[in-house]
Ligand binder design. Structure first.
Ligand SMILES: [Zn+2]
Length: 401
């Protein structure tokens, strides 16, 4: 038996434990900014495995360390999940996990407590099979990802001075390898008008008309946005319109629209803002105010770490040696070539790779089609597959295979 087979065999042997960790995590709801109990489950499992160091940072993310080599890598899984949504659409209680049809069912099984469980089992394999002797490996269970992707890693990098050479993101990729995704921005455009009695509107300046002209220019701007041959087209759309007026019989004196901007490869905050100012100008509203919104929610620890809602696009170079290793390890573990592509969603990599330029790879169990959806379920076969993959990847970076 070669080492790949040994690792895969052992991942299968401890599959029941991986499933148990996942079910414990599902049974313990951990919505964004409310992850405390979920983090405690991760802490308990890390203690069982015997990490060299386990600590919790100011925002409440947990960091388990193994080894102390000069080369550093991290495996990241966010502990928070979205809410269950309309319970009538679930065939069972989303927080009472069950095993059926070879899958674990429940909120978060796909996004992304399955990846978290697989990563914790991989840590156990790395230790048991002695797969690491020259890396520092961090296993991070992070917070607030669903509400502000990357915030937890801005904190880890800026405040905790954690700066790995590579981060493997364990989000659900249906066992494909993804090397990038689009970025995004949230903005607001505000205009002022002048109120008067609405029985003689010509005396005032209607803010709704002004913001409407801008909205229609944004619709045209969306048509003009550039497309990347691989990542596709950037987009912009209005997601909310709000107005203010002294009464229902008054011409409104203020209005604003909220915008969701998706950024494709090669697009940045600067060019997105310049295009938006141009659209505002075309609408004849030079005095409109453009604002990039700020995320200000408080973590479960009570700490606030406000950040601009700009989540940059990122892509790992096709020729990155890390990517080449990731591809080789896939073939070694699964006996076939992986699909290497870009992801549809966003992840913590917007901060790690997008802001800080640290290479990231996405690989995890669970079909992302079931993320944030009712009757979420993750294939058990993928859980043990991902466990084996993460452990084998560490063996590869240690030159053992
Ligand atoms: Zn996720």
């Amino acid at each position: 038996m070669n080492l790949y087979q040994i690792i895969y065999g052992r991942a299968k042997e401890i599959e029941n434990d991986t499933v148990r960790i996942l079910m414990d995590l599902v049974r313990t709801p951990s919505f964004s900014s409310k992850e405390k109990e979920g983090i405690q489950i991760v802490h308990r499992e890390m203690e069982k495995t015997g990490f060299d160091e386990i600590r919790i940072d100011g925002l409440g993310s947990i960091i388990g360390r193994m080894g102390n080599g000069s080369k550093k890598i991290a495996f990241d899984g966010h502990v928070d999940t979205v809410y269950a949504g309309d319970l009538a659409q679930w065939n069972f209680d989303p927080f009472q996990p069950k095993i059926e049809d070879g899958k674990v069912w429940g909120r978060g099984t796909v996004d992304q407590k399955g990846g978290l469980a697989a990563m914790l089992s991989a840590a156990r394999l790395i230790k048991e099979l002695n797969l690491n002797n020259n890396l520092t490996i961090y296993f991070t269970g992070t917070v607030m990802e669903e509400d502000c992707d990357g915030l937890c890693w801005q904190y880890l990098i800026d405040k905790e001075k954690l700066r790995p050479d590579l981060v493997v993101i364990t989000e659900p990729t249906n066992m494909h390898i993804y090397r990038g995704h689009r970025g995004r921005m949230e903005m607001r455009v505000e205009v002022k008008g002048r109120s008067c009695h609405s029985s003689s509107p010509e005396r005032g300046d209607n803010a709704i008309y002004k913001i409407s002209h801008i909205a229609l220019e944004i619709e045209k701007l969306n048509e003009r946005l550039r497309s990347d041959p691989v990542m596709g087209k950037g987009s912009i759309t209005v997601t909310e319109a709000v107005s203010e007026s002294p009464s229902i019989c008054s011409v409104p004196d203020g209005a604003s629209i909220r915008l969701d901007r998706r950024l494709t490869y090669g697009e940045s905050k600067e060019n997105a803002l310049a295009e938006l100012y141009d659209a505002v100008k075309r609408a004849g509203c030079d005095d409109a105010k453009v604002i990039v919104l700020t995320f200000e929610d408080v973590a479960y620890t009570g700490t606030a770490y406000p950040t601009e809602k700009y989540y940059p696009t990122w892509a790992l170079d096709e020729n990155s040696p890390f990517l080449q290793s990731a591809i080789e390890v896939y073939a070694g573990v699964f006996g076939k070539d992986p699909l290497v592509d870009f992801w549809t969603f966003s992840s913590n990599a917007v901060a790690i790779a997008g802001i800080h330029g640290i290479p990231c790879i996405l690989f995890g169990p669970g079909n992302e089609l079931y993320a944030h959806a009712p009757n979420e379920a993750c294939q058990i076969e993928q859980l043990s597959g991902a466990t084996a993959y993460y452990a084998a990847f560490v063996a590869k970076l240690n030159g053992k295979i």
